[in-house]
Design a protein around this ligand. Structure first.
Ligand SMILES: [Zn+2]
Length: 241
């Protein structure tokens, strides 16, 4: 993808017709109200640079809601979006939360694609698993599907409290405790493992579940709320076809 220095592709091996990528700390300001005109303008700037004609996004609320979108613009409250509408990309925004992208095909070889904003609360609500399930219900063949977890708070840095571990066990079962380790007297949550596991449990082959592996907190390429607090921006992560 030729373009500005604030834009790069995300999947290591996802060919056209899929278009995918992410912005970074130098990209357009994506922190504004998702219903505001200034936000639509910032999204449009990303779209123009990436060669996308239409983008749908949502008001991310750290929940478990998945929506199928048919039109560009803000789709209301949801933490996962998917579509099979040609030319319509979906974009999530993050400052530490993993954005998970999915892309695959149905039995007629037509593409489907989606994104999940997998904050710890949304991950405890199994947002990524619910996105994959919704897309499978919409015709997606898991055998054709690839996924990637975008840069986000990594298992090197992501310290959380007891309430987060309790929410995971309550939402995902006792097995979710394995995504937590102890270091420096704190729980360390591995959101990359938790979201990858949600996809593998629903039938995605391990070699089709990718993780970018860059940590937003200890790196300096992407906005990080944990590192920069309220002054941090947001970066956008998108997939379309
Ligand atoms: Zn880190």
């Amino acid at each position: 993808m030729a373009g500005p220095a604030w834009l790069e592709p995300l999947f290591p091996d996802l060919a056209p017709p899929f278009v995918h990528g992410m912005t970074n700390v130098r990209g357009p300001y994506l922190k504004s109200d998702p219903d505001a005109a200034v936000h639509a303008a910032a999204v449009a700037e990303v779209g123009a640079a990436a060669g996308l004609v239409a983008i749908a996004w949502s008001r991310q609320v750290h929940g478990g809601t998945v929506k199928r979108v048919e039109a560009p613009g803000c789709a209301g409250e949801a933490d996962a979006l998917w579509t099979d509408r040609t030319g319509l990309a979906v974009m999530g925004r993050s400052a530490d939360c993993p954005i998970v992208l999915l892309a695959g095909r149905n039995a007629a070889d037509a593409p489907l694609w989606g994104m999940a904003h997998a904050s710890w609360r949304s991950t405890a609500s199994d947002i990524t698993g619910h996105l994959l399930e919704a897309m499978i219900d919409g015709g997606l063949d898991p055998a054709t599907t690839v996924a990637i977890v975008a840069p986000s708070a990594g298992p090197c840095c992501y310290e959380v409290g007891d309430e987060v571990r309790e929410a995971f066990v309550a939402g995902l079962g006792a097995g979710a405790a394995r995504f937590f380790s102890e270091a420096r007297g704190k729980w360390i949550l591995d959101l990359w493992a938790a979201n990858s596991d949600a996809l593998r449990r629903r039938g995605l082959a391990p070699d089709r579940v990718h993780c970018d592996g860059r940590c937003t907190i200890c790196g300096d390429e992407f906005p990080s709320y944990r590192r920069d607090g309220a002054k941090s921006g947001r970066f956008g992560v998108f997939v379309g076809a």
